[in-house]
Design a protein around this ligand. Structure first.
Ligand code: BG6
Length: 484
């Protein structure tokens, strides 16, 4: 497999919150790896901006430590690290005041792409956008990158969109959902729209149901203050699972371009039925001898926030009416495993008789880890003894099929930041998409809160609360096993 690195023109990237956790763990290491890959041309500059007072030399030392900790094996190359650190600068800035803004403007080159990454709390998005505008940095080729959470309900998301669009145009705003930058998530579109095989069967006539699982083994320790106000519904379902659902269910866009793709995703969100009370299961992980439970992790002994959510979702359109989609996500589950399983219907008639049993094809797209696809096929069990049938996997792990370079693909942040620089918004959420996602999930969250939908305890290392199993059993279906 030939690797194709297309260098981007020199650009200026300002990371607000440049000393924070996300910048040190994800954003700067991602830039470093792209730099090592040769994607950045000479002259590119990265400017950390934060409230704390330090000079550029001190900032480089801080980032040097962060690279050693978070940038993987590439950070062992001392020359590469030294070369990369030389393109860093630092500005002390007051996001809500006046300090540092003129200095920042004077550092930037208005003739080139200027990207401003808001790696800060959402309460600072407005003040930052306003000051960038006021100081003449919102024009031309400048663009802003905003992280989730993008609001915590429909009205706050709308208010945020109004604020940002007062100072920047929609084509300058890049709302990150890092799931869209994952290699396999993009592969969903290739699998669906670059193969003739699946699309004719991709509808309620042939598909019995779809399961989307994003299971994690980590808990929420260290992020309790944020997480206990968000819960799995806001933290994962409204964005990451919703994006997966859109990509799996959308109509083929006419072109692979930002608006064509996002128009189709939006239609899916708008066609979602409201979720009924009986179609939601919430859970909260307990502790064990090795780890604290959820309530201890968030420091709130009475918390009723969910660390697990399972939902039965229905899309009311011609393609999907009658095919439920089951979503499930949770922390401290049995394994870290994210997958989408498209479960096809049984054949309309079995020529092999009842004794051959019931069989169906299942297409599983493994998003992480062990990225690949797996198609369960029914074949004859080998040997004598009549026509006995057995289901076997047609298993393709991308790393095996594509060779070592498949293991060396850019991570989500690397890809997304380069897309910002290139000006490609396909993998970013448009304002109407975010608002529609909140409009759909808000009533479900209200149901949980107002009707005191119970939050059920589950054991760490399990598959979540028993009731999540019942959610499918009552439809005569069952979840796939969560396994690495
Ligand atoms: C984040 C959530 O957006 O995604 C986290 O806030 C979650 O709670 C994370 O753990 C999962 O991302 P990944 O890439 O590890 O699957």
């Amino acid at each position: 497999m030939a690797s194709r690195i297309i260098p981007v023109d020199p650009f200026d990237l300002v990371v607000f919150g440049g000393t924070g956790d996300l910048a040190r763990r994800k954003i700067i290491p991602a830039l470093f790896r792209r730099w090592c890959a040769g994607q950045m041309r000479d002259g590119t500059r990265i400017i950390g901006a934060a409230r704390s007072e330090r000079d550029s030399e001190e900032y480089r030392a801080l980032i040097g430590d962060a690279l050693a900790e978070f940038a993987g094996p590439a950070a062992r190359d001392a020359d590469a690290v030294t070369g990369f650190l030389a393109i860093l600068d630092y500005v002390t800035i007051d996001a809500t005041g006046t300090l540092g803004w003129s200095e920042l403007r004077d550092l930037l080159n208005p003739q080139r792409v200027r990207a401003f990454y808001f790696s800060v709390g959402p309460e600072l998005f407005g003040p930052l956008a306003e000051r960038l505008h006021k100081h003449g940095m919102a024009d031309g080729e400048s663009r802003i990158v905003v992280e989730k959470p993008f609001g915590n309900d429909q009205s706050s998301a709308e208010a945020l969109n109004r604020t940002l669009t007062t100072h920047f145009q929609e084509h300058q705003i890049y709302r990150i959902d890092h799931y869209l930058g994952k290699e396999t998530v993009q592969n969903l579109m290739a699998i669906r729209f670059a193969n003739m095989l699946f699309e004719p069967l991709w509808n309620s006539q042939y598909v019995d149901h779809i399961q989307i699982t994003v299971a994690e083994t980590v808990g929420v320790a260290g992020r309790g203050a944020y997480y206990d106000h968000a819960g799995a519904m806001r933290d994962m379902v409204q964005n990451h699972l919703m994006q997966l659902l859109c990509l799996i269910a959308m109509e083929p866009p006419a072109k692979f371009d930002p608006d064509a793709v996002r128009d189709e995703k939006l239609k899916v969100i708008r066609a979602l039925d409201p979720v009924a009370r009986d179609d939601i299961v919430r859970g909260q992980y307990l502790g064990d001898s090795a780890n604290a439970g959820y309530r201890e992790d968030v420091g709130n002994p009475d918390s009723t926030t969910e660390s697990f959510a399972a939902l039965r979702v229905q899309i009311s359109n011609w393609r999907w009416a009658g095919t439920p989609i089951y979503l499930r996500t949770g922390k401290r589950l049995r394994a870290r495993a994210s997958e989408i399983a498209v479960v096809f219907k049984e054949t309309p008639h079995s020529i092999f008789g009842a004794e051959a049993g019931r069989h169906r094809n299942i297409l599983t797209i493994r998003l992480q880890p062990n990225e690949g696809i797996d198609l369960d096929m029914t074949i004859k069990e080998p040997g004598p003894g009549g026509m006995r049938l057995v289901d076997v996997p047609l298993d393709m792990t991308f790393a095996q099929a594509l060779g070592p370079e498949a293991q060396d693909v850019p991570d989500a942040y690397e890809r997304l930041i380069m897309d910002v620089v290139r000006g490609n918004q396909t993998l970013f959420m448009r304002c109407d998409e975010v608002e529609a996602a909140w409009a759909w999930i808000d009533p479900a969250i209200r149901l949980c809160e107002d009707e005191a939908l119970p939050v059920l305890p589950y054991d760490p290392g399990s598959s979540g609360p028993e009731d999540a199993l019942a959610l499918m059993h009552r439809d005569g279906r069952r979840w796939r096993e969560i396994k690495p």
